[in-house]
Write a new protein. Structure first.
Lengths: 333, 270, 322
């Protein structure tokens, strides 16, 4: 078990006051608002939140996959290099070779008209990591590494001939074949069946452990993040509301939203005689948001100052919470 | 709806053409079939109000061309409306019904499509004689076919969407589903296609009239004006250029408008 | 007592390009009035086809779909209309189940135009408003279009539409799967309340075991078109008898990480176009023997209300860590 003491070396990924905003009919929507995060070499961070929280936008900004037309402010430093505003050539150099990306829907992310072998080879060729025979050998080795059965035959197959789980393994292979220092995984198992999910998660865990790859994982499923990540950052309405060691945060959440999310989750042990503890109201939609804490409209504990100005992230035990009235350990939201 | 500037400019141009076609003749002292014995085959100029010149028989080209534009637009416009009603109805039913009904209906369309068109028009002319109605039937008979195909494709796609299933599950009868859910959701592609049909039909009418199968003298249509103009091309080029310019401008403008509509409507839908 | 709705050895096949796919291969089930039956299955299990067959939206290729004892294929006219009134469905994708060109009010009220045509426009609007309120929506939303509502709001409207004809049975086809966790909780509560208030029967289809457990009193597990286990809730979750059920239980993501037992089971490699000669799960089952591949096991009674289709169920193949 990796220790959680603060590393003295500079983080591999340092995100500083990142804001991503989209212009819309009703005004600007801040998908990500002034988020600062750091990820050390070989460490894993899970971004958790519901739809509209901004977690995917945040994660995909790292390989520079923010949609056109978005206003991006702040800084993303990868291994000392600034990525925001970096020339296309820089991003191209990093993508695939140093930053790997795993997308949510493998059926959509894999090119339907190219064989698996060709797609793996594309990454290698793009970064001068091998061509021809050497590339084929590397591709084969990678497929075996991600435990695709009958790997040699698969190289010549097209994505539609593979099941969902296999496609996702291929995506992992493509993301990792360049031996990147960082892998960004955006909801990698959400589109998969639950009996296949466990295998993919375990594979991902093993691969990053073996290579010492850093992992930035996005998921709406707290359990997925808990099982895989050292640290967790909970996002709501574009802001980080709680952040810290995954086990600690999930065992004793300090932010009412985190606690509410945990309580609302149905598990195999949930009581059967009481209504499911739900968070009232709904997540904020597009458009400008009211001042103050994003969660205030839904929070039972909200006070005047919560609505006036957004709370800053402040230390609370081993974690950091953005709340004026954080929960004490074990307190219900 | 945000239309690209070529589409907006085209809209303005079309409006101008329409206004001109309707009100223009009032500006000129001449009528479309009036013969000016003194000024036959006169080039465009300010002389005696023949601003765009006259043809071989001394008829004012400005007024005559505008008359031609009216006729061509009327025929094409009316035929488009017919093709809309027929094509949408036919295509929606075929696409929604699916299975054998669909197959049968679309095979019929395929058969119609494969008929040699010019022979068909000649046959029609023999049967119905040379009347404006004949031209209209000839064009209408073809216009609806492609519309039906386009609509059938869209209807087939719509059938798979969940809100149609929800309506079926609620017990809504098929005709009501077609009318309330299928047809309104076809509006986008249909509108775009209709806008592109009009220029196609104008060209078709011109083609027929050029061949002598369409609108007959002394009535004017862009097609027979082009036919006459083509004969006089070397000696009196304006006789060709004037109707040609109007034809090209109108068809281009409709084309741009159709494309603009498609771009404006499609991304909204998805 | 006749069950409210039932499937008898239902077979549904999809044919195309020379091959055929058996979405449902001899499925039988019964739902009593006021009962909640959960159907658990992953992709390829045939669960959506099952929902449509029960509603009479899909013609079976074998077996029968029954409602109040009558074969759905034989129903016509008034009887068919009654079926549509008493059975309702809520789909997975909230916005997609609404016509994008019509307002929410029009869509929610549409079933009334078919089943209560005598109601005037005003009366219908009043019904719609009442139901929107009951499902936790502001009645003013009736004037909006689906794309203006959030996923949770759309799903509430879908439930309102399903309930407006006062049905006896509501099929929920992955009705909460596309929703955020906090919204899922709200919708689950709403479904439970409405079920109690109106004595509704539910057929609740989901791949999420935890959600099925909360809503259903009896659970049926589907795999590749066949029923592998059916049991009362407590029994299914405490003492499952089928290795696939055990795999499902083990696969639910837990904070401690993926379960080693779940990881031992390989993914399915057989094509959906191949019809399994023996047990459908034999290709993956850690306990499969030669006889499992030869003979398809029939559903055997384990206890009252609990049946399993496994040749080795007595040997404890579904015990934890087996």
């Amino acid at each position: 078990m990796r220790s959680t003491r603060m590393s003295t070396e500079p983080p591999l990924l340092a995100i500083e006051a990142l804001t991503i905003a989209f212009a819309g009919a009703g005004g600007e929507t801040r998908a990500v608002e002034a988020v600062s995060l750091a990820l050390g070499r070989g460490r894993s961070l899970g971004l958790v939140g519901e739809s509209g929280a901004g977690k995917s936008q945040l994660a995909l900004a790292v390989p520079g996959l923010t949609p056109r037309g978005a206003r991006v402010a702040g800084s993303i430093r990868f291994d000392g290099e600034e990525l925001i505003g970096a020339p296309a050539a820089t991003l191209r150099r990093l993508r695939g070779a140093r930053i790997g990306t795993v997308f949510q829907d493998p059926a959509a992310a894999l090119a339907p008209h190219l064989t698996i072998g060709t797609q793996l080879g594309e990454v290698l060729a793009a970064h001068a990591l091998g061509r021809g025979r050497a590339a084929r050998r590397a591709a084969l080795a990678m497929l075996e590494r991600v435990r695709v059965p009958d790997a040699a035959a698969r190289l010549g197959q097209y994505p539609h001939e593979l099941s969902g789980g296999l496609k996702q393994r291929v995506m992992l292979a493509i993301a990792l074949i360049g031996r990147p220092a960082l892998v960004v995984a955006d909801e990698p198992t959400t589109a998969l069946d639950v009996t296949v999910e466990a295998g993919i998660l375990e594979l991902l865990a093993e691969l990053v452990r073996a290579e010492g790859t850093a992992l930035l994982l996005v998921s709406h499923d707290l359990a997925v993040v808990a099982g895989l990540c050292d640290e967790i950052a909970v996002l709501y309405a574009g802001r980080v509301v709680e952040q810290g060691p995954a086990r600690a945060v999930l065992a004793a959440p300090a932010h009412p939203y985190t606690a509410g999310l945990l309580a609302a989750r149905l598990t195999l042990d949930s009581p059967l005689d009481a209504p499911v503890p739900a968070i009232p109201g709904g997540a904020p939609g597009a458009g400008p948001r009211p001042p103050g804490c994003g969660f205030a409209p839904r929070c039972r504990r909200a006070q005047a100052r919560c609505r006036a100005a957004p709370p800053p992230l402040a230390a609370q035990g081993a974690a950091r919470v953005a709340c004026y009235l954080p929960l004490a350990a074990g307190e219900a939201p | 709806m945000r239309l690209a500037w070529p589409a907006r400019a085209s809209l303005v141009l079309l409006a101008l053409v329409l206004v001109l076609a309707l009100a223009g003749p009032a500006l000129s002292p001449w009528h479309a079939e009036q013969l000016d014995w003194q000024r036959m085959a006169v080039p465009p100029g300010l002389d005696a109000g023949h601003w765009l010149g006259t043809d071989r028989l001394g008829r004012d080209l400005f007024v005559r061309t505008l008359a031609g534009v009216r006729v061509s637009l009327a025929i094409a416009g009316l035929a488009t409306v017919v093709s809309l009603v027929l094509g949408v109805g036919y295509g929606a039913i075929a696409g929604y019904a699916g299975g054998r009904v669909d197959a049968l209906m679309m095979r019929a369309v395929d058969v119609f499509y494969s008929l040699p068109y010019v022979f068909f028009v000649i046959l029609l002319t023999v049967v119905l004689e040379r009347r404006p109605a004949t031209v209209f039937v000839a064009i209408g008979a073809v216009g609806w076919l492609t519309m039906a195909r386009v609509v059938r494709g869209e209807a087939r796609r719509l059938r798979e969407r969940e809100f149609i299933e929800a309506a079926v599950a609620a017990g809504v009868p098929a005709p009501a589903i077609l009318w309330r859910h299928v047809v309104p959701n076809l509006a986008g592609p249909v509108l775009v296609y209709a806008t592109l049909t009009v220029p196609a039909l104008i060209l078709l009418e011109s083609f027929l009239s050029f061949l002598g199968l369409g609108v007959q003298e002394p009535a004017a249509s862009l097609g027979n004006l082009l036919a006459q103009g083509a004969q006089e091309m070397e000696s009196a080029p304006w006789m060709l250029l004037v109707p040609c310019s109007f034809l090209v401008a109108t068809v281009l403008a409709l084309g741009f408008l159709g494309e603009g509509l498609r771009d404006a409507l499609d991304p909204h839908e998805h | 007592m006749t069950a409210l709705a039932a499937l008898e050895s239902l077979v549904v096949e999809f044919r195309g390009a020379g091959r055929s796919l058996r979405a449902l291969d001899g499925v039988s089930l019964e739902i009593a009035a006021g009962e909640s039956l959960g159907v658990v299955g992953e992709s390829g299990s045939g669960k959506s086809t099952l929902a449509r067959a029960l509603l009479g939206l899909t013609r079976p290729d074998g077996g029968r779909a029954l409602y109040r004892g009558a074969d759905l294929a034989t129903l016509a006219g008034d009887a068919r209309r009654r079926l549509r009134r008493e059975l309702a469905i809520v789909f997975q994708n909230p916005a997609a189940s609404f016509d994008p060109r019509r307002t929410i009010g029009e869509s929610v009220g549409e079933p009334l135009t078919v089943h209560a045509p005598a109601l005037g426009r005003a009366a219908r609007a009043a019904e719609v408003a009442a139901l929107l309120e009951r499902t936790g929506l502001d009645p003013a939303l009736a004037a909006r279009r689906p794309h203006e509502l959030s996923g949770g709001q759309c799903q509430r409207a879908a439930i309102a539409r399903a309930m407006i004809t006062r049905p006896e049975l509501v099929v929920c086809d992955e009705a909460v799967s596309a929703l955020d966790v906090s919204v899922q909780a709200q919708i689950v509560n709403l479904l439970l309340e409405l079920g109690r208030e109106r004595t509704l029967a539910y057929l609740f289809i989901s791949h999420n075991l935890a959600v099925v457990r909360r809503i259903a009193s009896r659970v049926l597990v589907l795999y590749r078109g066949r029923v592998v286990e059916v049991a009362p809730r407590a029994a299914l979750f405490a003492t499952p008898r089928h290795p696939y059920t055990r795999l499902l239980l083990d696969s639910v993501p837990a904070f401690a990480g993926p379960s080693p037992a779940a990881l031992r089971v390989p993914p399915e490699t057989a094509s959906p176009f191949e019809r399994a000669r023996g047990c459908v799960f034999a290709g993956r089952c850690p306990h499969a023997e030669a006889r499992c591949r030869e003979r398809a096991p029939a559903l055997e009674a384990v206890a009252p209300g609990h049946a399993v289709a496994c040749l080795r169920w007595r040997e404890g193949v579904a015990a934890p860590g087996a």
